[in-house]
Design a protein around this ligand. Sequence first.
Ligand code: 2P0
Length: 401
Amino acid sequence: MPEDSVDKLNMVTCTAPVNIAVIKYWGKRNEELILPINSSLSVTLHQDQLKTTTTVASSRSFQEDRIWLNGNEEDISHPRLQSCLREIRRLARKRRSDGDPGVDVTGLSHKVHVCSVNNFPTAAGLASSAAGFACLVYTLARVFGVEGELSGIARQGSGSACRSMYGGFVQWIMGQRDDGKDSIAQQVAPETHWPELRVLVLVASAERKPVGSTSGMQTSVETSRLLKHRADSVVPGRMEEMVEAVHRKDFATFAELTMKDSNQFHATCLDTYPPIFYLNNVSRQVISLVHQYNRHYRDIRVAYTFDAGPNAVIYTLQENVAEFVQVVRHFFPPETNGGQFLKGLPVDCVDLSEELKNAISLAPMPKGIGYIINTKAGPGPCVVEHPNQHLLGPDGLPKNA
Ligand code: 2P0
């Protein structure tokens, strides 16, 4: 590659977070624009534990758009990738014609190379598409010099990705318009609002989920009357209550709504025909454990939620983390010579009282849970300033290829 084209490489690296919904998104009213049948609300997880990193480079010398995900080159012609690229370029052209000096005029026609990695295993069962598309859109926007509302573009990559465009507590407002312009994410409160809140990801299984979210929710929309009832008559009220509970930092209300909404989402999966099963025996044991733990204290101290897979995500407050982790360790004894059971934020060691152990009537399930990630709410996407963090080399190809 000649020197001058190397000089004209425009390269940006950003990171974006995972989010876990407490009011679930399930069902679209428009498949192509990814418009949902109900609003949803999530907590953005801290990027110290879970994040996607994406580098985008643009250059006059690139022949075509290309993308590498977790080390492998993937097909960039995927319609959802194309939607994000097209919409960012459209926005950049619009900004330029509006006279925005920030837009890199010369780079508008350039092709891009995209390289993206997750710092968590796909086997952790966490929705990597949300962090992935949020990171792609955020990074592309920096490369093309566009700012402002970007969640509507991330949404067109993957619905839940629009919520990863902000930190803290985030709602995705379903919107009413057919063109989707009002279907966007908004921050309800920043991550600093509720510093005591903690999130434990209980990684139960390395199996791949049987039915993907996109096709699963499609079948649910076609066949489940419960899903329609949920979207029309349950979620609107729950969204209001949840926003209020977050503002008040009312853990008991937040927790109860979270558990009920997870349960109703899985009920709509069972009401889908043919039914979809995301929960397994370990999931059901975790549900039972949480309810028995809360009943023992006559107080809602811990809440569970499950997405399109068997792994539990636990919301609790910092003061309960050490004991609850020990409870999980007691009822799901880990492999003695296995890897680290607890990852993420450090946790003190505590002894469980006999009273508490006796109050929970469950037979221990050895190795039911592989490991726990202890994390908290965190900020939205950020730019990585240090150039040695770029995933693409000066030749525009992945460094670790
Ligand atoms: C959520 N999930 O609100 C819900 C709860 C899974 C269960 O968003 O088709 O990967 O890309 O819009 O965003 C997973 O759905 O689906 C999801 P698409 P997405 O987090």
